[in-house]
Ligand binder design. Structure first.
Ligand SMILES: O=P(O)(O)OC[C@H]1O[C@H](OP(=O)(O)OP(=O)(O)O)[C@H](O)[C@@H]1O
Ligand SMILES: O=c1cc[nH]c(=O)[nH]1
Ligand SMILES: [Mg+2]
Length: 211
């Protein structure tokens, strides 16, 4: 598994505002989108391309184009939806599929409540979007879902991660082509499975849900 943890003052600055509990939902949504675009730059470093010959007004030259089949972007609802616009801005030709998942507050087990993905993912590069990698249960379920459908290359873009979840996913996906790009790797999980220091419940903060 490849892991990339962002190390850039602009990202840390935006994360600091995102973490602040006084930041309102509208700002939280705008910052999430900006952060994803910055992280997507690293997440797409290995996007499959091929050479194309084009004519500029001055000369013929060889450049790169994103290869078929197009990459598939998969936001994990609800919170991952807040990352979609930021990602498609960078890869506008990508296809988008959806996975709805919710983690049980007591058991921390994820369950799938919605799925709208292509049946066959052979040869597709998949980019999973979820702001929080806590125990890793939700992300692992999403990654397994994609591998079962034939994907051979999955990159997850997460705004915050916990060491516990990262380690779990590394063990569970050994031998697979998995990359995780994080805005920051936080300290730990608390007894309720929240990332510390974290930012609280990403879905609630994005969409203004109270309690
Ligand atoms: O790593 P895990 O322990 O599985 O936790 C992370 C999951 O929890 C959050 O979703 P949540 O279940 O709160 O759903 P929501 O997006 O609808 O708020 C988050 O967006 C991840 O999907
Ligand atoms: O800290 C956490 C952990 C899981 N889900 C969240 O939204 N936040
Ligand atoms: Mg939530």
């Amino acid at each position: 598994m490849r892991v990339h943890v962002a190390d850039h003052p602009l990202i840390t600055h935006k994360l600091t505002v995102l973490r602040d509990q006084t930041t309102p939902s509208a700002t939280f949504r705008a910052l999430t989108e900006e952060l994803v675009t910055l992280l997507a730059y690293e997440a797409t470093r290995h996007v499959r391309t091929h050479e194309v010959t084009i004519q500029t007004p001055v000369a013929q030259t060889v450049g790169l184009a994103i290869s078929e089949p197009r990459p598939l972007i998969v936001p994990i609802l609800r919170a991952g939806l807040g990352m979609l616009e930021g990602m498609v801005k960078l890869v506008p030709s990508a296809e988008v599929g959806f996975l709805g998942m919710v983690r049980d507050h007591d058991t921390l087990e994820p369950s799938v409540y919605a799925e709208r993905l292509p049946d066959h993912l052979e040869g597709r590069q998949c980019f999973v979007l979820d702001p929080m990698l806590a125990t890793g249960g939700s992300l692992l379920a999403a990654i397994e879902f994609l591998f079962e459908r034939g994907a051979d290359d999955v990159t997850a873009v997460c705004i915050l991660g916990a060491p516990e979840g990262l380690e779990m996913i590394e063990k569970a996906t050994a031998g697979r082509d998995v990359t995780i790009v994080l805005g920051a790797l936080d300290e730990k999980l608390n007894e309720k499975g929240y990332i510390v220091p974290g930012l609280g419940d990403a879905g609630d903060r994005l969409y203004g849900t109270v309690g």
